[in-house]
Design a protein around this ligand. Structure first.
Ligand SMILES: [Zn+2]
Length: 134
């Protein structure tokens, strides 16, 4: 067995993923752009491509944003002298979008780190799956 899974505890890997760093070494960038992952860590050459978060980061981001924004809306509605609907729209819609854009790469990094820590990799193309190298 190779050193692909160096001993890194789960929380360290999760924190590294949250920071957008390789869960193995904590140095290399996980992303080459906003949400595009590097296929390998530029520092330790850890293969990152097999760890596919798919739609999980989007679901978790929607869940988190909803659980942050909705209580704030309800608190403002209850204690804020019931502002008009346009005020809610101007305040909460951009705030929701900005919060989602902030959280999405962090949550995606965390999901990738979670997959890496638990060795949940997508099957390789030689295992009968579609060849993604083309
Ligand atoms: Zn690395």
């Amino acid at each position: 067995m190779s050193d692909e899974y160096a001993p890194v505890d789960f929380w360290t890997a999760l924190l590294r993923g949250w920071r957008g760093r390789c869960p193995r070494c904590g140095e290399g960038a996980l992303f080459r752009s906003f949400l595009k992952m590097n296929s390998r860590c530029p520092v330790c050459s850890q293969a990152l491509e097999p760890y596919r978060a798919d739609d999980a980061p989007a679901y978790f981001t929607i869940f988190a944003v909803g659980h942050i924004i909705v209580p704030l809306v309800l608190v403002m509605e209850r204690y804020g002298d019931q502002p008009p609907l346009w005020f809610h729209a101007i305040l909460w819609l951009p705030l929701s979008v900005l919060l989602a854009l902030y959280l999405l790469p962090h949550i995606k990094g965390g999901v990738i780190a979670l997959l890496w820590a638990h060795r949940i990799a997508a099957p390789s193309s030689s295992a009968g799956g579609p060849d993604r190298s083309v």
